[in-house]
Design a protein around this ligand. Structure first.
Ligand code: ADP
Ligand code: ADP
Ligand code: ZN
Ligand code: ZN
Length: 751
């Protein structure tokens, strides 16, 4: 026995002073409906305290730079070890980061080329696209070059005073516009098409020149710079995803990106590309699917590099084992989904020789086909067998099944949860009278009477990514579930090709919601406007007083209630504002009440509580929609940045619920949902379809698959072994489709 992590009196968020012992060097799975308190216990208490203790071991000087982790609300925690949290946050948006660089496999590949490649060209940095010695000189290692379409950027039929420059930051009256107009180089009323050659050259490409600008307070010094160099300097170095949305559309019309002509997108210079092992250069290796690359690496028989070959092959094997063999090392990490990112992170840790670490996973099965879950299970078992403690928050029966110990939380969500309703073995759970216990053997039956389609949406000859000339008819007015192993092409077809061919399609994904740091559930849904007006009329004051950017807001946190500490090397740290104690407003504003509740009290209500408190129809409607999508336990002020991917997707879905006759595409909407919540989600999707919409869902969840009117199964494998439609039809027919792994899997597990 290695003892247990002893938790006594945990009260974080909704936890009701719970105590439990979690066995060390075992796999413990935490189950329970969404909002029951699993994350509050595992992440908010155990992992948070472990981080805090770790930070305390640093010197005071270093601590000054670290986030001040608040002490979790718990009486005592004994026997903790270092916790490593592996969650679904996407791997950063840096364009220089690839699967190869984040898993260190590309580093090993570089070493291999430096040792064995012919002609021999020297140090391994010669093969790095992020270092001057290796990068392509034209694109500086980005693989792509951006071109500005000058005719999209300006309208030659207009003068500067007519607004000839079409980008928002150069609009009439802006500072940049003023510089052009007052530079003295151009007649602001002359149409651009009438510019002389010299004027046009100065306007488009002019070098930096000192100029004087006239203003009401006198003349001031400034610098003139041609439109194109200025635009490049301002916008081309930035990540487009970070750009404000009103600028992104014009930006994309003006700037096009294409593979660099010199390196053909390989990012490397000619010296690096001419160095070969067995006829292949390093870029060709990085472009291969990992499952093929392993075979190539293993075929290198040179004894002097045998240790290098075996450690590289072992890391690549881990990627294959975890169902990521279809990726290539040159794939930009920012293009991975949340589930893929989590599995890549897991691979980084598998090679680690640390033991007695507590690994904490957040729904690791996301994005995995049921047939691949056993491989994930094996990897978690490997981590355990190396002497680590594995804590997993999961909802899928196939993962729950490998637990050495289960902690089932509930009985409900939010204030109705926060207790342990069952603790013990799997056999005990199956017999337990809890929502999880009951759902373990109470699954959804196959749909007997599928709906009749009202039309079709067709896609013809799609070839994006791995899609092999795919043509398909998607039935309208029904619930279609798209299945297939990870990497088979489901998202490429439904989230990228479909909305391109049929622009009315609404894709509801798990992606970040823009500007989310300042927004919370109440502002994002528009409910705060209504609430503010109710407080204003009740107290006969201005509604603006209750806004986060008014003088009524706490001056320290500007009405956020939270303080964000940005850290270069970690996620930003969030802590409660000490001035207002998280109440967001000045005491003057907090004194105004509505039926005994201050604005802060209202914002602290959960969706369910707010629904009981308010009777205003627009609020009730939104609150009901939020409850319907399984977000009843979220509080109104909860910052959107704290929502998980699954919660974000369901929030977007709630906002869409008022609309009718739309075409929706959802990507694993069951993420974060307990089996019981999945039943509610299915009922909701059914209602959407019954009210005239077409719903297309990419899913691995067997209960959702069972309730589909129509199935489109992709495969047969992943990456270049996939990209085809292997089955189209009803669930009943799918079970008999011999070419479909999904069908075979359904047959084995459900009949
Ligand atoms: P689960 O992981 O089981 O879905 P959580 O631990 O995330 O549940 O949530 C339990 C309860 O705590 C819910 O009522 C939720 O709204 C609340 N909660 C979660 N995170 C926070 C937070 N940062 N601040 C306040 N309440 C929170
Ligand atoms: P699924 O949704 O079924 O998991 P995807 O459509 O995400 O599959 O991926 C299908 C194939 O396309 C995979 O080989 C994947 O590596 C590739 N792929 C997906 N997105 C990109 C991208 N942004 N850039 C390059 N390849 C991609
Ligand atoms: Zn290049
Ligand atoms: Zn404050």
């Amino acid at each position: 026995m290695y003892g247990s992590i002893e938790v006594r009196g945990a009260r974080e968020n909704n936890l009701k002073s719970i105590s439990l012992d979690i066995p060390k060097r075992k796999i413990t799975v935490f189950t329970g409906v969404s909002g029951s308190g699993k994350s509050s216990l595992v992440f908010g208490t155990i992992a948070a305290e472990s981080q805090r203790l770790l930070n305390e071991t640093f010197t005071a000087f270093i601590q000054g730079f670290l986030p001040r982790y608040g002490q979790p609300d718990v009486d005592s925690l004994q026997n903790l070890s270092t916790a490593i949290v592996i969650d679904q946050k996407r791997l950063g948006g840096n364009v220089r980061s690839t699967i190869g660089t984040v898993t260190d496999t590309y580093t090993l590949l570089r070493l291999l080329y430096a040792r064995l490649g012919q002609p021999h060209i020297g140090h391994s940095s010669m093969f790095s696209f992020n270092e001057p010695q290796g990068m392509c000189p034209d694109c500086e290692g980005l693989g792509q070059v951006s071109t500005i379409d000058i005719d999209a950027l300006v309208d030659r039929e207009k003068s500067l005073n007519d607004g000839a420059i079409r980008f928002p930051t150069f609009a009439i009256g802006t500072w940049f516009w003023t510089i052009f107009v007052q530079s003295g180089f151009f007649d602001p009323d002359k149409k651009l098409r009438d510019y002389s050659e010299d004027e046009w050259e100065k306007f488009v490409n002019g070098e930096e020149t000192k100029i004087k600008l006239k203003s009401v307070v006198g003349t001031m010094n400034s610098t003139y710079e041609g439109l194109v160099p200025k635009f490049k300097r301002l916008y081309l170095t930035k990540d487009v995803e970070q750009m404000a949305s009103h600028m992104r559309v014009p930006f994309e019309a003006i700037v096009s990106r294409a593979d660099c002509m010199l390196c053909h997108g390989t990012r490397l210079n000619q010296a690096a590309l001419s160095c070969l092992i067995k006829g292949k250069n390093i870029a060709e290796c990085a472009a291969m699917e990992v499952s093929e690359l392993v075979q190539f690496i293993r075929s290198i028989g040179e004894p002097t590099v045998a240790p290098l070959v075996s450690s590289l092959a072992e890391k690549l094997d881990h990627l294959v084992d975890i169902g990521l063999g279809y990726l290539s090392l040159n794939r930009e990490s920012s293009t991975l989904s949340g589930g893929e990112s989590q599995r890549v992170r897991m691979v980084r840790h598998l090679g680690s020789s640390l033991t007695d670490v507590t690994y904490v996973f957040d729904e690791p099965s996301i994005g995995l086909h049921p047939q691949d879950i056993h491989r994930l299970n094996e990897l978690m078992q490997q981590l355990r067998d190396k002497g680590n403690t594995v804590l997993v928050v999961e909802h899928k029966p196939a993962v729950i099944a490998i637990a050495d110990h289960i902690v089932d939380m509930g009985p409900g969500a939010g204030r109705s949860g926060g207790e342990i309703v069952y603790e013990g073995s799997l056999a005990g759970l199956l017999a337990a009278d809890t929502l999880t216990g009951k759902h373990m053997h109470n699954r959804q039956p196959f749909k007997a009477n599928p709906r009749i389609p009202t039309g079709t949406l067709s896609i013809e000859h799609a070839t994006l990514h791995n899609l092999r000339d795919v043509s398909v008819n998607i039935p309208m007015g029904v619930l279609t579930v798209v299945t297939g192993v990870a990497g088979s092409g489901k998202s490429s077809l439904m989230q990228e090709v479909l909305p391109q061919r049929h622009p009315g399609v609404v894709s509801i994904d798990q992606g970040l919601i823009r500007g989310s740091r300042r927004s919370n559930l109440a502002t994002y849904t528009g409910m705060l406007d209504v609430i503010r007006k109710r407080f204003a009329s009740e107290n006969k004051v201005s509604a603006a007083l209750f806004s986060a950017n008014s003088k009524g807001a706490c001056p320290e946190c500007q009405g956020l209630g939270l303080i964000y500490t940005d850290l270069a090397f970690m996620d930003p740290m969030i802590s409660t504002c000490e001035v207002c104690g998280g109440k967001r407003f000045t005491s003057e504003v907090l004194a105004y009440t509505l039926r005994g509740k201050s604005i802060s009290d209202v914002l602290e209500m959960t969706v369910v509580e707010a629904k009981e408190f308010f009777t205003d129809p627009p609020l009730t409607k939104m609150l009901t929609a939020l409850e319907d999508v399984g977000l009843g336990y979220v509080t109104l002020w909860q910052p959107l940045s704290t929502l998980s991917g699954g919660e974000r997707q369901r929030l977007k879905l709630a906002i869409e619920l008022g609309n009718v006759s739309q075409v929706y595409v959802l990507d694993e909407p069951t993420t974060g949902l307990h089996m019981n919540d999945v039943d509610n989600l299915i009922a909701l999707l059914d209602r959407l379809v019954d009210s005239g919409s077409t719903v297309i869902v990419i899913e691995h969840n067997l209960d959702v698959i069972a309730r589909a009117d129509w199935i489109i199964d992709m495969g047969p494998g992943a990456g270049h072994e996939g990209g085809q439609i292997v089955f189209e039809g009803t669930v009943a027919q799918l079970v008999n489709a011999t070419r479909s792994v999904t069908g075979q899997y359904l047959k084995r597990t459900m009949i």
